[in-house]
Design a protein around this ligand. Sequence first.
Ligand SMILES: O=C(O)CCC(=O)C(=O)O
Ligand SMILES: [Fe+2]
Length: 267
Amino acid sequence: MAEALSLVAYSDLESQVEALERDGYVYFPNVLNAEEVAELRATMDRLEPIEESLDRHSTPENGGSFLNKVINNSFNRDTLFLQYLDRPGLIDVVEAVHGEDCHCIGMQSWLTGPGRPDQRLHTDWLPISLPEDVATDPRVKIPIFITTAHYYLDDLYEALGPTKFVPGSHRSGRSPAEDTQWNGAKEQSILCNAGDVVLFRSEVWHRGSANRSDQTRYLLQVHYAKRMITQKFPPYLNRFQFDASILAQLTPRQRRLLGDHRPSNYD
Ligand SMILES: O=C(O)CCC(=O)C(=O)O
Ligand SMILES: [Fe+2]
């Protein structure tokens, strides 16, 4: 039997930051209401992939083994996505851990259909690898370089392919090999509801799991980082362009999150 991840909603900023540092993730219930979930899903359905932006859209009809639709730079495709750059509550935690000059390094709409296979347990990025006794020494505090906000747009259940986390595993100092647990904690399923968000640091061991249902899973991923970590808005070498009509609608905070920074080191 798969275990369910403990989802505790901390209401103050200090406890939310502590959760990210201690557990590797922090949970935000009911960030979106049912209408917002429906609108986001419908917009994701409408978006057409742009091959040059490394978007993907394979389906059983076009020869893929399952539906896999990934739209990069979603903030640049529809103004609806802009509010998910700096959603109140969440953005305060992001700025607290990455600094006030932090930015968004990517945003993807992601649809995964029936037949999507299990992923292997992984870290999205391990900034610093350390011997375990060093990594677990309470005097050692690794800065949080990258986080991802998962906006879940379905009520999750085991067959739909929830994300699985090994809580606390960011303190292992390494990426998993064949491990399925760390320090006594097994991998656990995020069984949250549509409209809930989980923000997690890039070093926590996690994986997407197989979709054994007959339903497509909808997920919005928003990646954040310290300002010194590069933004990943493909295509590269001067080919990514902000849509002018979307740029015109950004608030000052959203402009900064997309890269309009005050000059600093190396500028
Ligand atoms: O699909 C998921 O739930 C997580 C996916 C993931 O961790 C990844 O693609 O790096
Ligand atoms: Fe991942």
